[in-house]
Design a protein around this ligand. Structure first.
Ligand SMILES: [Zn+2]
Length: 411
């Protein structure tokens, strides 16, 4: 049984035009007009096939064929970052829809359903994987008012405006699309968003573990002063300390090996004048790996290193932990099942880790969860240039369906 590859590609090409930034990549933020149009497109397919389509109180969508128990969910997201690509998220959703349609076209019974997890990118509310966090109890009704957009409008107000959150549903227990306890398996097909598969000529990536992450915020406080009147000797320059720290942190990550990565992505300089020695520099360090022990070793070395640098330059150093999440391993059963299938089919594959977090990782503690990747050309993602060969896109969706068929028949 073959999926309809052309139908999948046509869907994706149609949906890439639903963007708030025509000609500059895909910008489809949650709860906006563009998001609504993409949802309408899903509804049109669901209608045509007689699938049910429900939207829950936080905007997650569940599409389910009439005879399906919905115990196997195929999910991803349809929202994007600003000026993002045409495949991130929506490729997994439309592949799921293609799988359901192919089953229906061929009269094959399935217990699968498609899930769209709302606000995955956090483009509007600054928090990623919002919909799946509500589903898995990481977020509760209190977070509906705690999460706000840039202009201070709460998630609750957005949801009410979309009609997802009704007055009687705003109590402590939110009506949600699925209960993780009822799910036997959760799958997600996604583009890799990194360079490994393209560089190694791989066709399918089977995800083993999602990296854990620890974020530090470091503040160096020195002595602000006149840029001209203060001699170089005796300065307490927080910027110089920062400069030294950047390279020292890179060295810690390089020496740690084991796939540890460390990134300084956000810096603020105070007061930020060209003629003033900065009195303080504040920056974040994002440290990740597939092993919590390796991550915390690197975190402690970085903590020690940034303090030693401060001492050597006579500036104050404050380090704050701002985020911490454990590495998430996917189900061995799913990984081994996918690897066996790939072997059988002669697919060039690799079992690999994911440096990015995805909705399905949120479900991993509750059920057999698994993810598969297709290559991203030149490893680019979250940019308008994001792309994948059509053959790879079709192969990924076919592999998803074949895996589901295989796991259904082994039940
Ligand atoms: Zn994504």
């Amino acid at each position: 049984m073959k999926i309809n590859g052309q139908r999948l590609i046509d869907d994706l090409k149609y949906l890439r035009e639903i963007t708030a930034t025509p000609g500059q990549g895909v910008t489809r933020f949650s709860y906006t007009e563009e998001d609504g149009r993409a949802r309408e497109y899903l509804a049109r397919i669901a209608n045509e096939y007689g699938f049910s389509m429900e939207t829950d109180s936080v905007g997650n969508i569940r599409v389910c064929p009439p005879e399906s128990k919905g115990s196997l969910i195929i999910g991803s997201h349809i929202d994007t970052v600003r000026n993002g690509g045409w495949l991130d998220g929506i490729y997994g959703v439309m592949s799921g829809m293609e799988v359901l349609r192919t089953f229906a076209d061929n009269g094959v019974h399935t217990d699968a359903a498609v899930m769209v997890y709302a606000e995955e990118e956090g483009s509007v509310f600054g928090s990623t994987m919002t919909g799946s966090k509500f589903l898995t109890g990481k977020y509760t009704a209190d977070d509906l008012t705690a999460l706000t957009d840039d202009s201070g409008v709460t998630l609750k107000e957005h949801l009410a405006e979309c009609g997802y959150l009704t007055e009687d549903a705003s109590g402590s227990s939110l009506p949600l699309a699925v209960n993780p306890a009822d799910i036997e398996c959760a799958l997600e097909l996604h583009i890799e968003q990194g360079p490994v598969m393209d560089a190694e000529g791989l066709q399918i990536g089977i995800v083993d573990t999602v990296f854990g992450m620890h974020v530090l915020e470091v503040t160096y406080s020195g002595l602000g002063n006149h840029a001209g009147a203060s001699p170089m000797k005796g300065r307490r320059d927080s910027m110089s300390a920062f400069a030294e720290a950047v390279l020292a942190i890179e060295k810690v990550a390089l020496e740690a090996g084991c796939g540890v990565v460390a990134t300084i992505g956000k810096v603020s300089v105070s007061p930020g004048g060209s003629n003033v020695i900065p009195d303080s520099v504040r920056f974040t360090v994002d440290i990740r790996s597939n092993d919590d022990g390796h991550t915390s070793d690197a975190v402690e070395r970085i903590r020690k290193t940034v303090c030693e640098i401060a001492d050597g330059r006579n500036v104050e150093c404050a380090v704050r932990d701002v985020a911490d999440s454990s590495a998430i391993p996917f189900s061995r059963k799913v990984i081994e099942g996918m690897a066996a299938l790939a072997e059988e089919q002669g697919i060039i594959y690799k079992v690999m880790d994911s440096g990015a977090v995805h909705d399905t990782a949120m479900l991993a503690p509750f059920t057999d969860a698994g993810m598969m990747f297709v290559p991203s050309i030149n490893g680019r993602s979250h940019v308008p240039e994001e792309d994948t060969d059509e053959d790879d896109l079709v192969r990924g969706a076919q592999f998803l369906m074949d895996y589901i068929l295989r796991s259904q028949s082994s039940h």
